[in-house]
Design a protein around this ligand. Structure first.
Ligand code: AVJ
Length: 324
């Protein structure tokens, strides 16, 4: 069996070792939880996806924040502290923190399971005057609970959930997640939610298919990670990356398609897996939204939508939700 990377806590390794066989042996469609795509190498590959010419999502997200951070911050109560779920490199966050730091001293709590992303973040955002960074290497809601418990009595919270990460959740799971988040917050706290919007089929399908294959590498790396950390023997040349538009669910799905009938072993999970030719492992969903449906999502989950800003190059929305 391969030795797990030293930077991983035992807890992470055992959660991974438990989740992998459960989802790979699901009846019907085999799966792998998408959160395991984002770790060390995976997060670096995703950062590369974000600069692909075909992938407009991250640039739209950034453009909106650059243009409207002042306006967004102007609608927030004061004083306010900032928590961010899955902050990645933090480049987009800078606009919000700079706008806030013009009016108050700000604590910024990035919540992120990737230690390398947290370290990069401290570097990227460590120099802003009047901003102090305290990172939490925890799952999203666990981290948010810790931040909320530690806040001062006067402090409101702004939660940043950018980049349409919400799109990784099935719609009902997304609602449940927002409800759980709401339960941790106080009335008047804010959530800035980034959502990728439905767009022409051409744009939608162009985005998943970059000619250099960065997305394919990002997807295939999950199998390589299982080989590295759980001692599995996935032969990557026997799989192919596939992106599909699911028009009923309004989402892009990423799959790994088995090119032949094959058997795979995952020793750390005592698992022997038989895959048929053309059978797929579903690794990620990326749900798309209509601008008008966000108010409904907010209402169902204990928020109200107080503002929405839409990019005019790539359909993407920043939504300011206030806890009711
Ligand atoms: C991280 C969910 C925002 O939906 O575009 C992109 C994921 N995966 N290319 C997205 C993703 C491969 C991404 N999100």
């Amino acid at each position: 069996m391969a030795t797990p990377a030293l930077s991983l806590s035992h807890r992470h390794v055992s959660a991974f070792a438990a989740d992998v066989p459960d989802s790979l042996t699901k009846s019907g469609q085999r799966e792998l939880p998408s959160k395991y795509l984002y770790h060390e190498l995976g997060s670096a590959l995703f950062e590369t996806i974000c600069v692909l010419p075909e992938y407009g999502l991250t640039r739209a997200d950034s453009r909106l924040l650059e243009k409207y951070a002042g306006e967004i911050v102007g609608r927030l109560p004061s004083p306010i502290q900032v928590a961010e779920l899955g902050s990645g490199s933090g480049k987009k966050t800078r606009w919000i923190l700079e706008a806030l730091s013009r009016r108050q001293k700000t604590y910024y709590y990035p919540i992120e399971i990737s230690p390398s992303a947290l370290a990069a973040l401290a570097k990227e955002l460590g120099q802003i005057d009047l901003v102090s960074i305290v990172g939490y290497e925890r799952p999203y809601l666990e981290g948010l609970r810790a931040v909320a418990e530690g806040r001062g009595e006067q402090d409101n919270l702004l939660v940043l959930f950018l980049g349409s990460t919400i799109g990784n959740f099935d719609r009902d799971k997304g609602d449940a997640f927002l409800q759980e988040m709401r339960a941790i917050l106080q009335p008047g706290d804010a959530l800035l939610l980034g959502t990728d919007l439905e767009k022409s089929l051409e744009l939608q399908l162009l985005a998943p298919e970059d000619p250099a294959g960065v997305k394919a590498a990002f997807n295939m790396n999950l199998l390589a990670r299982i080989n590295r950390e759980l001692g599995a023997d996935f032969d990557l040349s026997c799989f192919r990356h596939q992106a599909r538009w699911n028009r009923v669910e309004r989402r892009i799905e990423m799959h790994l398609r088995s090119l032949q009938r094959q058997t795979v072993h995952v020793p750390a999970a005592s698992l022997r897996l038989m895959l048929n030719e053309d059978e797929t492992i579903w690794t990620e969903s990326s749900h798309k939204y209509q601008a008008e449906e966000i108010a409904g999502m907010a209402a169902r989950t204990g928020f109200r939508c107080e503002g929405q800003w839409i990019d005019n190059e790539w359909p993407f929305a920043q939504n300011l939700l206030i806890a009711g």
